[in-house]
Design a protein around this ligand. Structure first.
Ligand code: GRF
Length: 211
């Protein structure tokens, strides 16, 4: 992937729904706490996603790439890729993007695509992680930001933050706590990437300190 500028990391955020994580990223950028990067593009596979409104309100260009009935994953991935390459994107940020991307796409953007998951991986993978952790009865759950690999919720872990489940918690209050934590952790992880502080060594991601 060709890099457009040596200093500013160009980000595409991929969304499907509400977009509260996108909002946290937009807010961090507005407060100058996202590091040397800029959100250049928001892509949604869902034309109704509230996230699209958030992007438009922030003046960020949006694209809808729908997986129409009968469309293969390869064709869908190729349409996504086109948008990403056209904007010379350096980092793809999955923020509630509800589609699994194919191996070819994942391989091309390895080390340049991250995801956020609402549990402490490798525990409670999948799409109902908050509820699953709550129902399992764990006392501590949390949030994970990881690079995306060919598996589901399985890539090298960049950052994790715990969230305690108190006796008084309900699924609703736990969801709120998890989302609050996500909104802190994701912009931090993106900033580390933008500052060149993340070094992948096999399964591990080292956060190196740089002056
Ligand atoms: C978040 O809980 C994230 O961890 C998961 O999907 C949810 C997206 O929420 N991958 P939002 O659309 O950012 O509000």
């Amino acid at each position: 992937m060709e890099k457009a500028d040596n200093s500013i990391i160009r980000i595409a955020v991929l969304v499907s729904g509400n977009g509260t994580n996108l909002q946290a990223i937009i807010d961090a950028q507005a407060k100058d706490s996202l590091g040397p990067c800029v959100v250049k593009l928001v892509i949604s596979d869902n034309p109704e996603a509230r996230a699209l409104r958030r992007a438009r309100e922030a003046g960020i260009p949006v694209k809808v790439v729908e997986k129409k009935q009968g469309m293969s994953r390869e064709v869908f991935d190729a349409l996504l890729r086109e948008e990403i390459v056209r904007e010379k994107i350096d980092l793809i940020v999955l923020a509630g993007f509800m589609r699994v991307l194919g191996e070819k796409f994942v391989r091309e953007f390895k080390g340049r695509m991250m995801n956020i998951h609402p549990a402490l991986l490798p525990g409670f993978k999948g799409t109902s992680a908050i509820e699953d952790a709550f129902n399992y009865g764990v006392k501590v759950t949390g949030v994970t930001v990881h690079f995306v690999d060919e598996g589901v919720d399985s890539g090298p872990i960049i950052a994790q933050r715990e969230v305690r489940i108190e006796k008084s918690d309900t699924i609703g209050t736990l969801e709120e706590k998890i989302h609050r934590t996500e909104h802190e952790l994701y912009p931090e992880a993106i900033r580390y990437f933008a500052e060149g502080k993340l070094k992948i060594e096999g399964r591990k991601v080292k956060v190196i300190s740089k002056k």
